[in-house]
Design a protein around this ligand. Structure first.
Ligand SMILES: Cc1ncc(COP(=O)(O)O)c(C=O)c1O
Length: 765
């Protein structure tokens, strides 16, 4: 076999052993041997980097069927079809119909950070899908090639051979290893642990492409000097797979370039060969960069076993980069793109906020749907108890929106016509509407220029004999200075000898802390309101809740939620139509249908279906908040110190959950107005939003209360400059980097250059 192998490997060796001159442009991708009777090859993940490159490499040699999941790809001369491998049926049918002799399993969730954030999805895509594929091949004689990763090792000693211990540092590595275990349930299997770079057909960029793109655009990049690897060019790996298939090789092999280098050195080599400026490459340490998922420092592979068994010389990293360069010169990137039409799925669009639903959420909702009670059942109370336990408040009343929660809170506080209330102009209209519903007059207090929350001094100035309720809004997730607000309000209560309620609008702030207490504890207020709209930290679809420590308020809140009706005898009005004041219980037994409407309430009830979702989501609140803060720290690092941009300020007494990430831009200085900025970002797949148009400037408020532009100068200045960027827990580091890159591009290059598709972010690799 060895001689046979030598023969086949010959041309490749000759080609690569030539000294590289930098002008040879012989491509690496047309060397596969033609065969008359084409065998059938199934490639999974055909829209990804390796799957697509393999399909291209093998296109003339095999009859290929390529499978994709979310990026439809059309490749002339071969069939491609959508297939979700995590469902057992479809792949079984495909295998039965197509009957492949060779299956190359490239499909995988490869974003290391995304695997860490979305572990269930990683399990599904990397383990369950592999299991299903192996299962579908049970009765078949096909060769199975599985692409694994260097991330199965811990990256401590480096030069890892197949005998070294498996110790993945992240979920990606774990799931890829579990995939290997599935594959080895089958005897006719070949597993390659590798690390690749190459030419993508999608907009995604492999490390080599990213370095090249940034340097070509003259932008600085940060690269790690202490992270080593032995990455191999995809077309070189294709050749190894070709040889393995022809010789029916089985077992586990490490396969990288024969030597290793740091990612910094890798970038320098690319700069060298492509003739780009090396000064743009900034050396940094991986230790100094906080990735979501842990990374091994030295993941270099020892590929001796493969070289020995195949009698095959793998390329050095320099040779791999040379081939990457030659293929570039030969137009491979364009050819791949021409050859493969990949549609961008709509999910690539980044909204400013969105929910994150997982299998547990779906199960929880399904359980309720299949139960006896889908509304007014036990899950509503369970959710309320969980909210109270989490925040530390005594009572919670869940309703069908944050707006409904604010409204019943105002009703419970007996807000009436003639009363005044004080709130911030920088909020969603619901924060003010709730008291307006009750006939009260809005009085706005300007915001603090750093926190964008209502300033306590403004509240102090605006309290009058008519003030009945203060509604501080914890904007973007950061708590107002509740200690100061409470002190001012309680002082004024004494002075004016009347109750003034404090209602925290914490629709943005579930999970935030103020002085180490959870927002919602009502330690400084009478009531606190949350919203569970999908852009918020947890969702119930639509939904909200009021928290309080006051039993009387709690009872009123419950009544207002449901038409003002009660069926609790103790709450019945004395001498009412059906009941006498005494012996109510026995009368209730005599008239079991009886209830009384004692207030004018509403149907603001939330369903058990929604509460099941809320309960399930609440279990992940901590994780959601941590993830948001990680993204915020990536954003802050990139935007801090940029002229024309002001990053959010964090008040020392608070820990914000970061519902929103708001930047203040000097649009005039940038030379692009906000509408153009937003439209251009949308064109590039990024939604931004303005939070908020100051409430007092809406026509309703101007008409009814005579407010006008300029009434609140700090709010006005804030409004003219603010823009919220995408921020939600399911975002990947890559998503955040895309946002940063596109924004900095517009900030630095304006719109004309921006349209050339240039980007300008210093990303760390
Ligand atoms: C500050 C604030 N208050 C109240 C609300 C109203 O909440 P909901 O949409 O759940 O009615 C929102 C909604 O976005 C909000 O942002």
């Amino acid at each position: 076999m060895i001689t046979a192998l030598k023969k086949r490997v010959g041309p490749w060796k000759m080609f690569h052993n030539k000294p590289f001159t930098g002008v040879q442009v012989r491509p690496s991708f047309s060397l596969s041997i033609m065969s008359k009777t084409k065998k059938r090859m199934l490639i999974t993940g055909v829209s990804g980097l390796l799957g697509n490159n393999l399909a291209y490499y093998f296109k003339d040699k095999y009859k290929i069927l390529g499978l994709y999941l979310s990026h439809p790809v059309i490749m002339p001369g071969m069939n491609t079809t959508k297939c979700d491998l995590s469902i057992n049926g479809p792949i079984k049918e495909i295998i039965a119909d197509f009957n492949p002799s060779i299956v190359i399993h490239c499909a995988s969730l490869t974003s290391v950070d995304r695997c860490e954030i979305e572990m269930d999805l990683a399990d599904k895509m990397n383990v369950l899908s592999t299991r299903n594929l192996v299962d579908s091949l049970r009765e078949k004689d096909a060769q199975l090639v599985y692409i694994s990763t260097d991330s199965v090792y811990d990256g401590v000693k480096g030069d890892f051979s197949e005998d070294d211990d498996i110790h993945p540092l992240n979920h990606y590595g774990r799931t890829k290893y579990e995939g290997e275990v599935e594959v080895f349930k089958r005897e006719k299997s070949f597993v390659l642990r590798t690390n690749i770079f190459g030419w993508n057909v999608q907009d995604k960029k492999s490390l080599g492409e990213w370095i090249l793109g940034e340097l070509q655009s003259g932008r600085k990049i940060d690269c790690f000097t202490d992270a080593r690897f032995s990455s191999i060019y995809t077309m070189e790996l294709a050749r190894v797979i070709d040889v393995a298939i022809q010789n029916d090789i089985r077992g586990l092999y490490n396969c990288g370039s024969v030597n290793s280098c740091s990612k910094y050195e890798f970038a320098m080599k690319i700069a060298d060969i492509f003739g780009l400026h090396k000064e743009l490459i900034n050396p940094i340490l991986i230790e100094d960069f906080k990735f979501t998922a842990k990374r091994g420092k030295n993941l270099s592979l020892n590929s001796d076993k493969l070289q020995r068994t195949f009698n095959y010389r793998l390329p050095t990293i320099d040779h791999s980069i040379e081939m990457f360069y030659r293929d570039y010169r030969c137009g491979l990137p364009e050819m791949l793109k021409k050859h493969s039409e990949v549609d961008r799925p709509t999910s690539v669009f980044l909204p400013y906020g969105k929910q994150w639903i997982d299998d547990n959420d779906v199960q929880a909702v399904t359980d309720v749907l299949l139960s006896e009670r889908i509304t007014q059942g036990p899950v509503v109370e369970e959710f309320e108890k969980a909210l109270a336990d989490y925040t530390g408040a005594k009572y919670a009343v869940a309703v069908n929106s944050g707006t409904a929660a604010l409204h019943i809170a105002c009703l419970a506080a007996e807000i009436e016509p003639g009363d005044e209330f004080i709130t911030s102009p920088i909020t969603f209209v619901a924060s003010a509407n709730c008291a307006v519903y009750c006939g009260a007059k809005p009085v706005f207090g300007d915001i603090d220029s750093k926190t964008y929350n209502i300033s306590p001094e403004e509240i102090e100035k605006k309290i009058t004999r008519r003030t009945k309720i203060i509604i501080p809004v914890h904007f973007a997730g950061q708590s107002c200075d509740m200690g100061s607000i409470e002190a001012i309000v309680r002082e004024k209560e004494k002075e004016l000898d009347r109750k003034i309620y404090i209602l925290e609008d914490a629709c943005h702030a579930l999970g935030s802390l103020y002085k180490d207490k959870h927002v919602g504890s009502c330690f400084y207020s009478d009531m606190t309101v949350f919203s569970f709209h999908p852009v918020k930290h947890i969702t119930t679809g639509e939904g909200g809740a009021v928290l309080t420590n006051d039993e009387a308020l709690y009872k009123r809140l419950k009544r207002f939620r449901s038409h003002g009706i009660t069926n609790i005898p103790a709450e019945f009005v004395p001498n009412s139509f059906e009941f006498q004041p005494t012996n109510q219980d026995s009368q209730l037994q005599a008239k079991p249908w009886y209830y009384e409407q004692i207030d004018l309430g509403y149907n603001y009830r939330i369903t058990d279906i929604q509460c099941a979702l809320g309960l399930s989501q609440l279990k992940r609140l901590q994780k959601f908040s941590e993830r948001r803060r990680q993204i915020v720290s990536i954003y802050n690092k990139s935007f801090d110190g940029i002229e024309s941009i002001q990053i959010p300020f964090e008040f020392s007494k608070c820990e914000s959950n970061f519902h929103l990430y708001v930047l203040l831009f000097d649009f005039e200085h940038i030379g692009v107005d906000r509408s153009q900025f937003m439209v251009e970002l949308r064109r590039r797949g990024i939604q931004t939003q303005v939070h908020y148009i100051p409430v007092h400037t809406h026509p309703f408020y101007r008409r009814k209360y005579g407010t006008s532009w300029g009434d609140y100068p700090i709010s006005q200045q804030y409004y003219q400059r603010c823009l919220s960027l995408p921020l939600f827990a399911a975002m990947t580091d890559g998503d955040a980097e895309k946002v940063i890159s596109e924004i900095l591009d517009i900030v630095k290059n304006g719109l004309r250059e921006a349209k050339n598709g240039m980007t300008s972010c210093r990303r760390q690799r």
